[in-house]
Design a protein around this ligand. Structure first.
Ligand code: NAD
Ligand code: TDX
Length: 354
């Protein structure tokens, strides 16, 4: 593989993936196509921006002309699509862009892959497409039951990928990963929001009773898994990528305040997310059979992540002081005034591990 197109490479996972690939493969060329939405940030790519093997194009994956023109100028061996609207809470406030980018954008990329007979298309999907998994773990054959406009859009794209493989023989591989965390994650997501709020002595808004469970995957482990699937995954197949580290949100919140050396009283129960999925869990034996497994434990990963956000305050303060403020008020303003059902108005009601 000589040249790959990475879409959405200025976001959290995409930028980690580009850095990982350029470090790992000295002869690889990477083209990054990104619209630079609120979540896209070229500062994430400072380490590679002067690398002659890397080039950046600003553009929308849902603009078919942009995609076709880029690929007619640049021959690539593979497309890895990270580009998406990704935040569940924003999809609840305003679903429009989720359908446009996460479904129509994938359609535009698949059409281009078909037209130019691209040898490999990796669609980065999510464990959320399975919906809540109260017990056991979802395998790649489990039914899709997405709960939010975000996960429904991602599930729609997965089905479109399947159809393009079956009907047009486009060599698509879909990955469904667990919740990622690590450096460069936009501070709207749970872990970076809680770390940065704790560092600023602001309340940590925990939804509902905080007993929801997520499976956590350190971002570099995810990058290694995508690389494996890009090279060895079978066209038409789906690969779950789990972190083998399930935890309740309240325990993650407590660990974060401990690591930040702050008071657990910052943890504030607020009104729950509508349609909040109670638990995600993946059976990742299929990708393990390709020889991949996660290397970073949740304990180590959280410590590394807190250390990164402590060291890179300029990166996240710039974000939090800009447009993010409007989103924060819309999402949390009333919630933090009211306090949630878990708090019951009782002062000092902080969560415990029981
Ligand atoms: P992110 O929100 O940090 O970044 C998304 C990137 O896509 C941004 O750079 C943004 O500018 C770009 N983008 C958005 N719309 C675009 C468009 N129309 N055209 C071109 N670029 C566009 O997201 P992330 O957390 O890095 O997630 C990357 C991918 O991984 C997404 O597809 C997401 O669904 C998937 N995923 C994320 C997680 C997670 O925990 N973060 C877990 C599983 C799967
Ligand atoms: O303020 C918060 N309070 C809170 O209790 C936020 C932002 C989240 N939460 C809870 C909701 C979830 O149970 O934390 C958990 C994680 O929330 P998010 O970071 O919003 O992630 P999630 O909804 O699980 O989705 C993530 O994982 C799958 C990513 O955002 C998706 O892009 C990915 O596909």
């Amino acid at each position: 593989m000589k040249r790959i197109l990475v879409t959405g490479g200025a976001g959290f996972i995409g930028s980690n993936f580009i850095q990982y690939m350029l470090e790992t493969y000295p002869d690889l060329q990477v083209i990054n196509l990104d619209k630079l939405t609120y979540a896209g940030n070229l500062e994430n790519l400072r380490a590679v921006e002067r690398d002659s093997r890397y080039s950046f194009f600003q553009g929308d994956i849902a603009d078919r002309q942009v995609v076709m023109e880029l690929l007619s100028r640049k021959k690539v061996d593979a497309i890895v699509n990270f580009a998406a609207e990704t935040h569940v809470d924003r999809s609840i406030l305003r679903p429009d862009d989720f359908l446009k980018t996460d479904i129509f954008g994938v359609f535009a990329l698949l059409e281009a892959a078909r037209h130019f007979s691209i040898a490999r298309f990796v669609q980065i999907s999510t464990d959320e497409v399975y919906g809540p998994i109260p017990e056991g773990a979802a395998s790649e054959a489990s039914p899709l039951a997405p709960s939010s406009p975000y996960s429904a859009s991602k599930g729609g794209a997965d089905l479109l990928c399947h159809a393009y493989f079956v009907t047009y023989n486009v060599p698509v591989v879909v990955t469904r990963a667990a919740n990622n965390y690590g450096p460069y994650q936009y501070p709207e997501k749970f872990i970076p929001l809680f770390i940065t709020n704790a560092l600023e002595d602001k309340p940590l808004p925990l939804y509902g009773d905080g007993r929801q469970v997520r499976e956590w995957l350190y971002v570099t482990d995810h990058c290694r898994a995508i690389d494996r699937v890009l090279r060895e995954g079978r066209p038409g197949e789906i690969y779950n990528i789990g972190g083998y580290s399930e935890e309740q949100n309240r325990v993650i919140a407590e660990t974060i305040v401990e690591l930040c050396k702050k008071s657990p009283e910052l943890i504030t129960f607020v009104e729950d997310r509508p349609g909040h999925d109670v638990r995600y869990a993946l059976d990742s034996s299929k990708i393990k059979a390709l020889g991949w497994e996660p290397r970073v434990s949740l304990e180590e990963g959280l410590a590394k992540t807190v250390a990164w956000y402590k060291k890179n305050k300029d990166w996240w303060k710039k974000i939090k002081e800009a447009d993010f403020k409007n989103y924060y008020t819309a999402q949390y303003g009333k919630r933090l005034q009211k306090k949630g059902p878990g708090n019951g108005g009782e002062p000092g009601n902080t969560p415990s591990r029981s």
